[in-house]
Structure formats: structure tokens, C-alpha cells
Design a protein around this ligand. Sequence first.
Ligand SMILES: Cc1cc2nc3c(=O)[nH]c(=O)nc-3n(C[C@H](O)[C@H](O)[C@H](O)COP(=O)(O)O)c2cc1C
Length: 199
Amino acid sequence: MFYEPARRNHGLPHDPLKAIVAPRPIGWISTLSEDGVANLAPYSFFNLVSEHPTIVMFSSAGLKDTVRNARASGQFVCNLATLALVEQVNLTSKAIAPDESEFDLADLARAPSRMVKPPRVAAAPCALECVVTESYDLKDRHGAPSGRHVTFGEVVGVHIDDAFIEGGLVRTDKLQALTRCGYFDYAWVDTLISVPRPE
Ligand SMILES: Cc1cc2nc3c(=O)[nH]c(=O)nc-3n(C[C@H](O)[C@H](O)[C@H](O)COP(=O)(O)O)c2cc1C
């Protein structure tokens, strides 16, 4: 089959695109509101886009609390979503009032960050502390605003639970990093193959 995304003419019961660009890492993003409320939400339009400088990005469909808080405070934290936390990850995607915290909704303990103010998810084995570098509205190919907002942040601090470091390597398979596929599907990393680059 072939279809044009802008025309949404795939003829399928659900948009297939996110099942193709899969799995996607999940940035489980914590921010602080101007009133000091700790916000937490998963974003799978998320990735590491540069190693040095170390830059991550996420994209919000609409001006959600996470992007509002990140823009206003200039800071966010990406917590690593894992298989063990899938229920909490899902729960924190619930739309709740900005004066309520998803940490409390999902019964997640906060851990202090070192370089930025938003707290980390204590149960997440890794977290990236970030300072916003750019945040802007995406345009389509005609230059029209899309209502999608991308935010980039430089990672200024990285937390790793030492239990997942073996022989100097972080064991992604033991972390069971949670990823997002299409529809309501998730996958996790539990199998790795190591293929050295050609000389
Ligand atoms: C696994 C997962 C990934 C998600 N990824 C995104 C995303 O990339 N962009 C987005 O706008 N919403 C995404 N959502 C929905 C948001 O998490 C949801 O709208 C949430 O309420 C936003 O919270 P906030 O207003 O506190 O930022 C995702 C939901 C789930 C469960």
C-alpha cells in the first residue's frame, strides 16, 4: 500500500505511522510549574539528537504543561521509563489539572536533581537533567504552524543506578528500557547483539 500522511488516506482503522517508526524511546519528563508543582508525563516523540553537546528533544502535540513549564523555567528532567514502571508511565499520561502532580497520582517518590530544580523519579534507574536550549512551534512544508511544539535541552547531568553498570558498560538489557510502538503497544529492550564496526 501507499498513502500520503497529509491526506490521511491510508484507509486503515488507525494511523499506521507510529507502528512503523517503532520502537521509540520514551522521555518521561518532569518539570516544575511556576507555582512549584512537579509535573510528570511521558513523551515518545523524544530522542537524543546530539552527543557533544549533549542535546535531547521532545515534541508536544499542543502546548501541554510539560512544554509550558520547560519554556517558563528553562529546565526539565528526562527519567528513564522501564518495563517495571509501565503502569506508572501510562498513568502519568493522564490529563490532570496543572495544580495537581502526576508524581502523587502515580504514587511515585521524588528524588532531588543536582543541576536543575525539577525532581527526578526516584524509581527510575537513569535520569538526564536538562537546560532548555530552544523551543519553537513546528511548521509544515507550506510554512503553516502545526500546533506541534519541539523543545531541545542540553543535558547537564546524568544519573545512572550503579547496579546497572557491569564491566564499565551500562546494561541496557538489564534496565529493560521501555519503548513505544504503535496504537497502545509498548516494547522493551531485553536482547542485544554486538556488531563491531568495520575497520
Ligand atoms: C507512552 C506515551 C508517550 C506519549 N508521547 C507523547 C508525545 O511524544 N507527545 C505528546 O504531545 N503527547 C504524548 N503522550 C501523551 C502525553 O503524555 C499526555 O498528553 C500528557 O497528559 C501530557 O502531560 P502534560 O500536560 O503534563 O505535559 C504520550 C503518552 C504516552 C502514554
